[in-house]
Write a protein of this length. Sequence first.
Lengths: 341, 216
Amino acid sequence: MRRAAARVAALILLLPATLAAQQSATVRRARQAYDELNYDSAIAIAQRALRGEPLTRGDLLQSYEVLGFAYASIDSTARAVESFRELILLDPDRDLDVVRVSPRITSLHAVALGQVLVVRRLRADSAEFVVGRGRVPIHFQLSRSAVVRTRVVGPGTDVVVDSQSRAGENLVEWNPAAPGGRPVAPGRYEIRVEAAAGRERFERSVAVTVAPGPVDTVPHLTALEGYAELPEYETPRRNWTPMGVAALYTSLGVGASLALQNQTLRRDPPRELLAVGGVGLAAGFLLSLRRPEPRPVLASILFNRLLREQLARRNEEIARENTARRLEVMLSIVPVREAAR
Amino acid sequence: MRRRAVPIAALAGAALGWSAGQVRAQQVRVGAEGVLVTYSEITKDREVAGTGIGGRLEVQRGKLRLVAHVLRAGLSGQSASAPTFDLIKLDLRAVRQIGFLGPLISVELGIERRWINPEFAAQDVGTVRVGVLSEVRLGLAITSWVRGALIPVARFNGGGSSPLGVELGFGTVFDLRRDRLRAAVEYELQRLDRTASGFDVPIQVSVGRFGLAIGR
């Protein structure tokens, strides 16, 4: 919608330039007459152009637009509507610039839109999905209530996707899967929207290409998110208990020996007492200085074991999933162009 | 007997009714020791000291342990009144861990015999002692212990008596080579307040042992 409005605005703004590049001289004169507010002359020139010359599509659009604008300006409502109807049938997606065009003209254009049966803004969105797990969205607008049938025609395929009756915005989804769940053949497909109301009929189509591809496999995990293995060994802090206990026992022995000595026989501690006491204290001190051996942490070992089991289980699931994925097909659907009928 | 080491293990095992196979099945350690001895008798002027060598035999089965020490040291003193003699000592001890407390608390029963050469240079002594032993493991390979004992019975070749003697000891044991080799340092003090003919003639012996033992 936005694209069409931009196109119209660009046409109006760049009219002189485009006219200079593409328009017939007659159409250009008709436009010029309208711009000079010479409506009768603009109508006459435009009609002459329509009757007399072979015109390009752009000239036709310009001619009918000039006619519609001019008739609306001279209050010739019916003829204005008629001109706008022709304009809409030629270019259903064309919208008037509501900022630059008068409300009277835009309202007459809307009246004309309500009178004709056209399919507007037909488009298919790009999509990429695994066969059977996605659909291609197809958007279009219906100018008025009608019986609408959406068909997809392509290599070995001619299928009615949807059949409905609804004015305004419509959304249809196409599942590009053949019976049995197999993907449709790769290639170019035409999405046709056929509208019918009474004796009026309008058909429009848009092309897409379908290309198959492999389905990406899931990589195996090396770690579970949010979890990390814990160290299974820890080095305890230096322990001074051996030093304390050795000091306790040694001082007990030395102290008791000194206290128990017969003072009449000896007062000083004998050399062997000092030697043995010193060795005992040194042993406790050296043992406390020694770096403790790392010891296993049972809780961490169990946690890591559980983590590895979970990881293995998850990787098994991934392997099974990848096996299934390798059998699947990824379809890429890309619009090619829009063909108006 | 006075100068020869007695096959204590066989005697001890026989005393307990063990067969040769049962003896072999127990933990048995044999070792050699260097000793420092200080011997005091009557007065400190008669104090003698010296060094020597010794041997050790240890047999353990469950909570029961039999230990035998033998040493010979040459002692001499610095004063003129100090005698010079050789001391030969034989020490037998049975240690039993107490229930769930052992080896933190063990009881021991021991006998000791000392010979002096030349005779009467000092007193030949025979004692019986009863005591307690406490052991604690400091780490993977080191054990500290301390013990105390009362000596209710003491006999002297020179007569006299000692109503109650005491003995103290402490030491450290180092387990090497996966418990097949042990190094040990020990200290022992024995005090006997002997009286003879109404005179106080105390005896005090302190022994320091530094040894290695093998076995398992």
